[in-house]
Write a protein that binds this ligand. Structure first.
Ligand code: CUK
Ligand code: CUA
Ligand code: CA
Length: 640
């Protein structure tokens, strides 16, 4: 018993596991990768446990009293559950899940005609895709801060980008990027690079991670594959243009002046196997000159690929030799970088090393100088390249000049000072840039701070997405939750505040002040073209074999207590919820017909199905709405 307690002690087990992976990593990079992929085998029980580090004292109170509201929203990607999640912080409570790419049984996402239209269907009316892998989520900007209009999220599997309306917290559009596989990073621009009046987001940039034949064809020679960097219009959600590049894209960042977008690149080698992808000592961070690319598109200097009509400009090395006309700058950074993040002082992009223990700080003004022919050597745009620890992945900022980088292999967060790192890099070896380190549990990927990549970075909270949670929660079988840890960064020392188990597996997230969004909690009937504005419009309307059933809900009844259709009819049922009271949602389920969806206050939704089973079907309200909720039914009679 006492042995067990020892093993499960979070602090000691954590140290043991950290040491284990650390040692493996030092033994060689390949071994390091094997160790971190090797979930179950990494058994701290067999490793002598190091003494626990004393827990830091203090920190903000995350335990909100009943009825108290959180002060921040967090938008979290859901990973391969395919959704977006909304958390309240600092409590860490999950308030909402926003279905976008994959069906959701509560909402009826993927069941209603309206959601299927957003998701995309095949010719037979069935959904085109029912799997997705969301990694990155970012919100629209105005004047360098979030403006509460939209958020975007990617689907890496099927190269789709979804837009979330932040007034209703619903997905309203999904676009598939042509000729892209492994669509990974996204980032909205923060203003227009040319038009000073446009100080808000109008574009979203998307990185294509996997190189493929363009157009796709069964070509085995992978040296012929290429990747595309895409620009999507924030309003229309159409793909505006793409850039053909050498190597690949991974994460994306944008500058505050709108002039630059960037992508980190780990496969400069254009290898097809991981050994090849990590064969070079350096890879790259690519900078896209947005104004020049758009000018080239305007001037007709583009081609198209396959059936796609999207203009594709040439951003390869070969076509971009003269800085003064270059569309893309390839800045050399150490081995297989991961993550590129924009500092809130608007001056730097930070690229984390992943297979190099370094973080690279690139000064944006110098990249612009290079494009203008004023900086001869692009390498001089790197103002710091300093060691921080093993497996650096992502970086967040506190608005006070400090950066916080996750160290995947070390299971740590390192807090480092950007200006001190620059001094150190310039030769002042007395400059102490590492300010603090904190053990996390375990193997952190993404990290973000409250308001981090905005001009309003406030340095209060830091959240970190730990990929492994071994021994932090009650065991629930083989699948472990992930551990989103919350950290107080308001003082000199980071203080771990809370562990939050989350269903796998979030990657990126953003945290912003609650007053930056103004959610509406009741729809307007005018939001829906099919709305049945008066219950008197209810009824069954036949047009040959096509039947429309119009119905309304008003607690505790549906306007049609029964309706009749004939076997073989194609039935479209339209339901408007005429309840206009906040929080009064109804559901509508039809037994044996695989139908269930909800209608929120003043929302309209519709479903279409073939009435192929004769009989009596009690359609009932699935969302608890009233004392007579159980009695809230309608009866569908399908005549033989
Ligand atoms: S990637 Cu997941 S930890 Cu898709 Cu942003 Cu770095
Ligand atoms: Cu209406 Cu329950
Ligand atoms: Ca590489």
């Amino acid at each position: 018993m006492s042995d067990k307690t020892e093993v499960l002690n979070p602090e000691t087990a954590g140290m043991g596991r950290r040491r284990f992976i650390n040692t493996a990593a030092i033994a060689g990079l390949t071994v390091g990768i094997a160790a971190c992929n090797d979930k179950p085998a990494a058994a701290p029980a067999t490793t002598p446990a190091a003494p626990a580090a004393p827990a830091a004292k203090g920190g903000a109170n995350v335990h909100l009293k009943p009825g108290e509201l959180d002060t921040y929203y967090g938008l979290w990607s859901g990973g391969h559950t395919g959704d977006m999640r909304v958390l309240g912080l600092p409590s860490g409570r999950e308030i909402h899940r926003i279905p976008c790419f994959v069906p959701d049984a509560l909402v009826g996402w993927g069941v209603t005609n309206e959601s299927k239209k957003v998701m995309g269907t095949k010719a037979d009316g069935n959904l085109r895709y029912t799997v997705a892998d969301t990694h990155h989520t970012h919100a629209s900007y105005k004047d360098g801060n979030y403006d509460g209009r939209y958020a975007w999220i990617n689907d890496k599997i099927n190269s789709r980008i979804a837009r979330i309306r932040l007034d209703y917290f619903v997905c309203d559009k999904i676009t598939q990027l042509p000729n892209v596989q492994g669509f990974h990073g996204i980032f909205p621009d923060k203003r227009d690079p040319v038009d000073a009046a446009i100080n808000y987001t109008t574009r979203v940039f998307c990185g294509g991670e996997f190189s493929i034949p363009l157009p796709n064809a069964p070509i085995e020679d992978h040296t012929k594959y290429r990747s595309l960097f895409s620009c999507v219009d924030a309003e229309t959600m159409e793909v505006r243009w793409q850039v053909l590049i050498d190597g690949n894209c991974d994460l994306v960042a944008t500058s505050f002046d709108g002039k630059l977008a960037a992508t980190n690149q780990y496969n400069t080698e254009m290898g097809a196997k991981y050994e090849d992808m990590m064969s070079a000592e350096r890879d790259a961070c690519l900078f896209y000159n947005v104004a020049r690319i758009e000018a080239a598109v305007k001037a007709g200097k583009f081609k198209t690929i396959g059936a796609s009509k999207v203009p594709v400009v040439d951003g390869t090395h070969e076509a971009n030799k003269d800085p003064k006309t270059s569309l893309v700058a390839y800045v050399s950074v150490p081995k297989n970088p991961h993550g590129v993040n924009a500092s809130p002082d608007q001056k730097y992009f930070i690229c984390a090393g992943k297979l190099s223990p370094t973080v690279t700080t690139i000064e944006l003004a110098k990249v612009l100088d290079w494009f203008d022919g004023k900086l001869e050597n692009l390498d001089d745009a790197i103002v710091a390249e300093v060691e921080v620890g093993l497996g650096p992945l992502h970086t967040a900022f506190d608005g006070r000049g400090n950066a916080y980088t996750t160290l995947f292999l070390d299971s740590q967060i390192v807090k480092w000072n950007v200006e001190a790192a620059i001094k150190f890099h310039a030769g002042d070896k007395s400059a102490k840039y590492v300010v603090d380190r904190l053990d996390v549990h375990y193997q952190p990927g993404h990290i973000n701070a409250s308001q981090s990549e905005t001009i309003a970075a406030d340095g209060k909270y830091l959240a970190v997405g730990c990929k492994f949670s071994k021994d932090r929660f009650l065991p629930v079988g083989p699948l472990h939750p992930e551990n989103e840890q919350l950290i107080d960064i308001s003082g000199d020392k980071m203080v771990l505040l809370a562990d939050h188990p989350v269903r796998g597996e979030p990657h990126d997230f953003i945290i912003f002040k609650r007053d930056l969004v103004k959610p509406k909690q009741v729809y307007s009937l005018d939001d829906f073209p099919l709305a049945i504005k008066d219950s008197k419009e209810s009824g069954v309307f036949r047009n040959g074999k096509k039947v429309t059933v119009k119905m309304t809900s008003l607690a505790p009844a549906f306007s049609l207590r029964e309706f009749k259709v004939k076997k073989g009819d194609e039935v479209t049922l339209i339901l408007t919820n005429l309840d206009k009271i906040e929080d009064l949602t109804h559901g509508f389920a039809i037994p044996n017909y695989n139908v269930n969806f909800i209608v929120n206050p003043l929302e309209t939704a519709s479903v279409t199905f073939i009435a192929d089973q004769p009989g009596v079907f009690w359609c009932y309200c699935t969302h608890f709405c009233h004392a007579l909720h159980l009695e809230m039914r309608s009866r569908m009679i399908v005549e033989a």
